[in-house]
Ligand binder design. Structure first.
Ligand SMILES: [Zn+2]
Length: 111
C-alpha cells in the first residue's frame, strides 16, 4: 500500500502512452481530456488545439483553466513569464467562456 517508489522511476518518459498530467490539479488524465498549451519564457502563450506546436507542452483540464489564469500558473508551468496576448484572451472567452486578463506589454491600438 505504501510502496510508491515506482512513481518516480521513469523520469525520462516511459509513461503510459496517452496519459498526461494537468499542471493545475496535478492529476493524470488521458490526453483527449486535457488541453495543450505551449509557451516559453518571454514568448506568447499559445493554445495548441491541434497539439502540433513544438516546445514545452503544458497540459490542463478545461475545468482548471480559470484557476490557472487567475493564479498565473502558466508562468510557473512555463518556468518563466509567458505573455498572454489579447488574441489568446479572446480565444479563451470564445472557446471556454472564461475571462482572461491579457498582459499589456504592447500599446493597445485605440478601438
Ligand atoms: Zn486539472
Amino acid at each position: 500500500m505504501f510502496r510508491n517508489h515506482w512513481r518516480k522511476s521513469n523520469p525520462n518518459g516511459l509513461k503510459e502512452p496517452g496519459i498526461r498530467t494537468c499542471f493545475v490539479c496535478k492529476s493524470q488524465d488521458r490526453r483527449e481530456n486535457l488541453l495543450r498549451f505551449t509557451g516559453r519564457p518571454g514568448r506568447p502563450l499559445c493554445y495548441d488545439a491541434r497539439e502540433i506546436n513544438p516546445g514545452r507542452g503544458m497540459w490542463i483540464h478545461q475545468d482548471c483553466l480559470q484557476e490557472a489564469f487567475q493564479k498565473r500558473l502558466f508562468y510557473k508551468a512555463a518556468k518563466g513569464t509567458v505573455r498572454i496576448s489579447d488574441a489568446l484572451a479572446e480565444q479563451m472567452k470564445t472557446l471556454f467562456n472564461i475571462t482572461v486578463e491579457a498582459d499589456k506589454k504592447t500599446e493597445r491600438r485605440p478601438l
